[in-house]
Design a protein around this ligand. Structure first.
Ligand code: FDA
Length: 306
């Protein structure tokens, strides 16, 4: 119920204005988001890489509805990749892309072409691209685009969501040599017809999917903050004799930093998903919806006087 209210607030422009103008919310935003510009993103990346982490940078751009917005998102990624290469932050830092930001919602071919330009720039910069996965209506289009991109840029990765009933079969399809698959639980509200509804079923699906990926010849990216799933990931890595360069753990920037540090200290590759951009509001509200204790922290900042 609370989660639905917060997710509804994530789509409210009145609430967005209130959050943007409240004097003490900046600290909360900065806990989860690197900042608004690629200079901010680069500066946080540098600190994280110095701390032994790897990074996947996401330029936040929600609701792309015009070709001009799609071009702007593409150009930001191109500028970011150039800046990362110049600063010597590749290959430790890669980029994550939402095809919707590149126009997938109104022109799939356009989104593919923009993603292709970004993949070419990533290869030039010596790094990789991972496609985020969005709501279930976009999955076939995203996986088709992945196949096309991998034809010329085989290191392109993709996220799969364990809450979807189809994902076990998608994992089987993608557990091939050279493929990079990020396994997450899934962040959208999906109907029963396509997605498991209880956390128990989602977790069971996650383990089945992880077994497929970890036992296959691809490069699994285990993206979760769930201690039990991380422990199973560590166990499977030992069982399948995977070294630190044969799989990785991934977490969102700002969530469970102690666990991130523990895994890195144990010698695992840990990649932090690091978003930046002026369009941070929707992303922030989704992170708050995932965890009631974030809401307390956030509400306190919102009601404090400047
Ligand atoms: P779960 O939600 O069960 O949380 C497990 C524990 O982690 C909690 O008990 C708490 O301790 C901690 N935790 C989780 N979320 C927290 C928060 N917001 N604040 C504080 N603590 C928190 N989704 C998607 O649909 N498409 C995608 O492309 C991606 N990409 C992606 C990349 C990476 C690197 C990660 C880590 C996650 C994603 N996700 C995603 C989001 C993912 O689907 C999911 O919504 C979140 O990761 C939360 O799920 P957990 O696996 O952490 O489990």
């Amino acid at each position: 119920m609370l989660r639905s209210v917060i997710l509804a607030a994530s789509r409210s422009s009145r609430m967005e204005r209130l959050v943007e103008t409240a004097p003490y919310t900046r600290g909360v935003v900065r806990r989860f988001v690197a900042g608004t510009t690629n200079t901010d993103a680069l500066s946080v990346t540098r600190t994280l890489v110095d701390d032994g982490m790897t990074v996947s940078l996401d330029y936040l751009s929600e609701d792309t509805v015009t070709p001009e917005q799609a071009v702007a998102a593409r150009d930001e990624y191109l500028a970011l990749l150039a800046a990362l290469a110049t600063a010597g932050q590749t290959p430790a830092a890669e980029v994550s892309l939402k095809l919707s930001a590149l126009g997938q919602g109104f022109d799939e071919q356009l989104a593919y072409e923009h993603a292709r330009a970004i993949c070419a720039a990533a290869v030039e910069a010596g790094t990789t691209v991972t496609l985020d996965m969005e709501d279930h209506t976009t999955i076939d289009s995203t996986l088709d685009t992945l196949v096309r991109l991998r034809h010329d840029y085989p290191s392109t990765g993709v996220a799969l969501q364990a809450y979807l009933r189809r994902t076990e079969s998608d994992c089987r399809e993608l557990a091939t040599v050279g493929s990079r698959v990020r396994l997450c639980k899934g962040a959208y509200r999906e109907p029963e017809s396509v997605a498991y509804q209880s956390m128990r079923d989602v977790n069971k699906s996650y383990v089945r999917c992880m077994n497929i990926l970890m036992s296959g010849p691809g490069y699994p990216m285990v993206a979760t903050h769930d201690s039990r799933l991380i422990a199973i990931g560590e166990d499977r890595a030992r069982w399948f004799d995977r070294g630190a360069d044969e799989f990785e753990f991934q977490m969102l920037y700002g969530i469970r930093p102690d666990e991130q540090a523990r895994l890195a200290a144990e010698g695992y590759t840990v990649r932090l998903y690091l978003p930046y951009g002026t369009d941070w509001y929707g992303y922030l509200m989704r992170r708050i919806a995932e965890r009631p204790s974030n809401l307390v922290f956030f509400a306190r900042a919102l009601t404090m006087k400047g």
